[in-house]
Design a binder for this molecule. Structure first.
Ligand SMILES: *Cc1c(COP(=O)(O)O)cnc(C)c1O
Length: 393
């Protein structure tokens, strides 16, 4: 008997299927749209220097940077009173940068809505630098993260420096398809959004929802790890706003005044973001991309809901189900069937469903449907799920 563990069961992405059959459902880093990947390759096959070899001070890089910023502004309809920064340190860098920029003193207060693993991690990092008040989104009985709490004025101190939330909880599969508005008496407080895993898949009502800062690490929908896009309302930056202890690389004011060139930015990664934005424009902009997200996720949730409990998904409230990351189990987590599902799908080229996170492998498999996954590819997974259920019921 072969006792070796099948690679599909330990999260290997190296499927034996032919490369054109591979569909990457990884939670990130992951594939970019095929056309974007081709454009990146073409750029690096041109004669002359590429962004891998040019100085960030050269006019050629300035053009790449200006293009990335202006296309992000255009695609996301970012108003003129916001600045676009490319920051270092991934999403986690911003977990620390936020309190360091928005709280001048460690006695300043910040409010965190915690309804999943990522908002909890953001809060835990911030509490090193400021006083935290938490709006707890846990289920009161079983402690699970399966919903989004109400935002009541009683839970938000009027002097809080910001209210933080994560618009798509990547691990738990909970998404706000539109940002909430704070209660009227708290609308002077800026809303902070971790949009790491849903940026560019729906419009943002910047002014209407009082967005102060929105950030997204690049490695889910718009590029490669290390780079983060951080969009900041101008009234939140300026001399003397940040904590005196805020490191220069994290300081919004410093980096904005230096035009994103205070130190060496992630040059190649910034070029890739520009290419992804060009792709979004060509594919019909943000509204068309949102429709693709709806179509991709709907065909899979439809299979889950139609098959009388063969598959399960933890988020009962359909208005909160993530279009980006779809957790699902098979016969309540039956191990033998789950392994069979993983091996059969992997051998067909469907990869990335067994996700390995800082929070463990978790109870569920997860299909992530970022910009790199097309509607046709999502339909292929839905069809496989249907077939597998009929063969194994
Ligand atoms: C992936 C992710 C992060 C972490 O980003 P890093 O670049 O790994 O630091 C933060 N928030 C959310 C919602 C994520 O999905």
């Amino acid at each position: 008997m072969n006792t070796a563990i099948h690679p599909a069961l330990i999260g290997s992405l190296n499927s034996t299927a032919p490369s054109e059959a591979i569909i990457n459902f990884s939670p990130g880093p992951t594939s970019l749209p095929k056309e974007v990947e081709r454009q990146i390759a073409a750029n690096f096959n041109k004669p002359g220097l590429t962004s891998l070899s040019i100085s960030h001070r050269a006019p050629e890089f300035q053009a790449i940077l200006d293009h990335a910023i202006s296309t992000v502004r255009n695609v996301m309809h970012i108003p003129d009173n916001y600045e676009v920064l490319f920051t270092h340190g991934g999403g986690h860098g911003q977990f620390a940068a936020l309190p360091l920029n928005l709280c001048h003193s460690p006695s300043d207060k910040a409010t965190y809505v915690v309804n999943g693993t990522w908002s909890a991690r953001g809060r835990d990092e911030a509490q090193k630098y400021c006083q935290i008040e938490t709006i707890d989104g846990r289920h009161p009985e079983d402690g699970s993260f399966t919903s989004f709490p109400e935002l009541n004025e009683a839970d938000i101190s009027p002097e809080s420096k910001y209210v933080y939330l994560c618009s798509n909880e990547t691990v738990n599969g909970i998404e706000l398809h539109r940002l909430p508005k704070l209660p009227p008496s708290r609308q002077h407080i800026p809303l902070i959004v971790d949009a790491s895993s849903d940026f560019t898949t729906k419009p943002i009502d910047w002014q209407g929802c009082g967005v102060g800062v929105l950030f997204a690490c690049a490695s889910k929908n718009i590029g490669h790890p290390g780079l983060t896009i951080t969009i900041i309302r101008q009234d939140l930056i300026g001399e003397g706003k940040a904590s005196p202890l805020c490191p220069g690389v994290f300081n919004y004011t410093t980096n904005n005044e230096a035009g994103n060139l205070w130190n060496t930015p992630a040059t190649f990664n910034i070029e890739v973001v520009g290419i992804v934005m060009d792709w979004l424009v060509k594919e019909g902009g943000i509204e068309a991309n949102e429709q693709r997200s709806i179509d991709k996720s709907q065909c899979i949730y439809d299979v889950i809901d139609a098959l009388n409990g063969f598959y399960g998904t933890p988020i009962a409230n359909k208005n909160l189900r993530s279009r980006m990351n779809l957790p699902f189990n098979i016969k309540q987590g039956d191990e033998a069937l789950t392994n069979k599902f993983l091996i059969e799908s992997w051998e067909m080229g469907i990869i990335g469903l067994r996700t390995l996170t800082p929070f463990g492998v978790g109870e569920y498999l997860r299909a992530s449907l970022y910009n790199g996954v097309s509607v046709e590819q999502a339909v292929k997974l839905a069809e496989f799920m249907k077939k597998f259920a009929s063969e194994n019921s």
